[in-house]
Ligand binder design. Structure first.
Ligand code: UT7
Length: 322
């Protein structure tokens, strides 16, 4: 049977750092409020002229290098983003061009903060069905560009960054393999008014700004994410006790801990980078995954559960053996 092995991982953050203290000069907020309510201490902000594709390219280069493969091997690029360089073409084709890749195909996936899981599930399907052999799955965002910097309820929460995973097609016994075991995706458009951007080419002919009823989103997050994780474990027969690491979407430390508590997972097994990155939407899972691989926490053979909820709502989980 063909499966997707996680051959490499990489991430990239813009140089500019905006601390909570720096935020205090922009809106009426405090370091204490932001830390207590979210766990965030700082976030990275893309420079003028530094685009989502640029962040994605740097992360992709590191993932390919980490895998020992070559850029020439890549035959599929999927970029998960809600902040594309342009309305079209897809940021993925811009990344493809900047990487000098001429073969295969590239497209974007738009599921906001769950985007990386949707992209991973899509790439995994292409690999399992033999339509791709080497896929770059990238989450890249410049949310700083769609924030209303006068709205303290949202602008303190988000940051810019990118992460990338290189998946390769392998043949093997499903019991033995290292790779993507299964993904579980869900969405419900009923909740689109709780988290959205108030502009777009068709409705307003503008880019718009992010709007969120944070406390309402929070209410749904823990329940829906825990539900997706439980479903995935039931479908695969993997017990919660078999999971070595949870790599969550990094929206809020309180959500991360709430999900862990609900499922009986030790806080020490939850990879958290929200303090240093803020919420980087589709980039947050691969950024956190890479951080834990780089510092030696996630090791080859470990069972890793990823999860997210984002605008739409979209939500889901993915189970992999690294
Ligand atoms: O990634 C996609 C998914 N997104 C999420 O999962 C985000 C989910 N939501 C959250 O993380 C939290 O709801 C927030 C961090 C956004 C907000 O935390 P909260 O504990 O739900 O606070 P709240 O919205 O209920 O606001 C409490 C108070 C309000 O003041 P009053 O009405 O009680 O006087 C807000 O105006 O905090 C005030 N507030 C602030 N104060 C200082 C809101 N933002 C700020 C701020 N600084 N930046």
């Amino acid at each position: 049977m063909t499966y997707s092995r996680i051959a490499g991982i990489g991430s990239h953050l813009p140089d500019k750092v905006l601390t909570n203290k720096g935020m205090e000069a922009i809106v009426e907020t405090s370091d204490e409020w932001i830390r207590e309510r979210t766990g965030i201490t700082k976030r990275h902000i893309a420079a003028d002229g530094e685009y989502t594709s640029d962040l994605g390219v740097e992360a992709a280069r590191k993932a390919v290098k980490h895998s020992g493969m070559a850029l020439d091997d890549v035959d599929l690029i999927i970029v998960a983003t809600a902040t594309p360089d342009l309305t079209f073409p897809a940021t993925a084709t811009i990344v493809q061009h900047k990487l000098g890749i001429k073969k295969g195909f590239a497209f974007d996936v738009h599921a906001v903060c769950s985007g990386f899981l949707y992209a991973l599930a899509t790439a995994d399907s292409y690999i399992r069905t033999g339509q791709a052999k080497c896929a770059l799955v990238i989450g890249a965002e410049t949310f700083s560009r769609i924030l209303d910097w006068t709205d303290r309820t949202t602008c303190v929460l988000f940051g810019d960054g990118a992460g990338a995973m290189l998946l390769t097609a392998e043949e093997g016994d499903p019991e033995e393999f290292k790779g993507v075991l299964k993904t579980h995706l869900q969405s419900d458009g009923e909740f689109c008014d709780l988290l959205y951007v108030d502009g777009g080419p068709s409705r307003t002919k503008t880019v718009g700004h992010l709007r969120m009823q944070g406390n309402q989103v929070f209410r749904h997050a823990v329940t829906k994410i825990s539900g997706a994780m439980t479903t995935l474990c039931e479908q695969t027969g993997v017990e919660i006790a078999d999971i070595d690491w949870v790599v969550p979407h990094q929206a809020n430390q309180r959500i991360l801990l709430g999900v862990a508590k609900k499922l009986g997972i030790s806080v020490d097994q939850v990879v958290s980078t929200v303090a240093d990155h803020g919420n980087t939407s589709a980039a947050s899972i691969p950024l956190a995954f890479d951080a834990a691989v780089q510092d030696g926490r996630i090791k080859r053979g470990d069972t890793v559960l990823m999860e997210a909820l984002g605008g739409g709502f979209t939500w889901g989980a993915a189970l992999a053996r690294y």
